[in-house]
Design a protein around this ligand. Structure first.
Ligand code: UDH
Length: 288
């Protein structure tokens, strides 16, 4: 027995093959509810994946096909964060991703800017690791089927196509909000999100147009695999619907190449590494 063990190579990592296209451990449809009460510490204890500090994971028995940064825009949604982490870490492990979770926390009480936080997340995640795929996800959306693979595709991907709040129907064919992915090159090609959509609305439509105006389209899972539960909430403070935003989308074509990753400015106030996530507080110069 001892002989057998000593004959094994000292490190098996260089002998690992690529992970299969279809991860073998997926469960399909999942039960998702938000009725349980757990503290963040209980969530930490509950998750059996061998996570590394910063909410990082990679499969142990194969080389992941993609390196995926999950970027979540955030302010004052701690209950939602717990639910998201509780459900998503086990799903992402089963999906055999080499991934990291980035919570991009908007500093201060100024007007919220979801899209600018996404851009900051893209830049910050790339400082840490050579990610080739970016999943941008709202904190309140949990997939109800783990076959909805959080990875990148030949064209930008829209994951959250059938949300319970919208009767499991796609609100419009141009819908590109909620949970989406773009590869590093797709995101760079469109110059990321706009930085100028303050308050609620429009930034997801602007992103959709950026994709279309750069000659791409979007792909989606079917309406069974693309089911989501949204955590119920009221409208947040300082994220009122902004009537200016709808009009801005009419100018996307002329503004997109000057407004985005290439014009992004923000300052990092704090980076905290938890076992479940990397928490980055950013000052995005929000108007009060
Ligand atoms: N977000 C925060 N904090 C905020 C605002 C937004 O973390 O104060 C993030 C969070 O990830 C959220 C995402 O930005 O999931 C999108 O914002 P949203 O949830 O406000 O947008 P949604 O379209 O809801 O989901 C709109 C208001 C719903 C009012 C419902 C009244 N029944």
């Amino acid at each position: 027995r001892l002989q057998e063990i000593t004959r094994m190579p000292p490190s098996t990592s260089k002998f690992l093959g690529p992970c299969p296209d279809t991860p073998p451990g997926l469960k399909g449809p999942l039960n998702v509810d938000f009725d349980y009460k757990l503290t963040l510490d209980e969530v930490r204890k509950n998750i059996s994946s061998p996570l590394k500090e910063g909410g990082r994971y990679k499969p142990l028995d194969c080389i992941a096909q993609q390196k995926v940064a999950i970027i979540i825009p955030f302010r004052n949604r701690h209950e939602h964060l717990k639910h998201w982490l509780y459900y998503l870490h086990p799903i992402l492990e089963r999906q055999q991703l080499d991934y990291g979770v980035y919570i991009i926390n908007q500093d201060g009480e100024g007007v919220f800017n979801r899209a600018k936080l996404m851009n900051a997340g893209f830049v910050e995640a790339l400082k840490e690791y050579d990610y080739d795929c970016f999943v941008f996800s709202d904190i309140d959306l949990v997939p109800m089927d783990d076959r909805n693979l959080y990875r990148c595709f030949q064209i930008p991907r829209h994951f959250s196509v059938a949300i319970d709040k919208f009767d499991f129907k796609l609100p419009s064919p141009a819908n590109f909000g909620g949970v989406i992915s773009l590869s590093k090159s797709q995101f760079s090609k469109i110059n990321g999100f706009s930085n100028t959509f303050w308050g609620w609305g429009g930034e997801d439509d602007d992103l959709y147009l950026r994709v279309i105006f750069h000659g791409m389209s979007i792909s989606r899972p079917d309406m069974v695999i693309g089911k989501y539960k949204m955590i119920k909430h009221v409208r947040d403070l300082h994220n009122e619907q902004n009537p200016v935003n709808a009009d801005k989308v009419r100018h996307t074509k002329s503004t997109m190449n000057e407004d985005g990753i290439n014009s992004l400015n923000y300052t990092v106030k704090e980076i905290v590494k938890d076992i479940l996530y990397t928490w980055i507080t950013v000052d995005i110069q929000a108007p009060l």
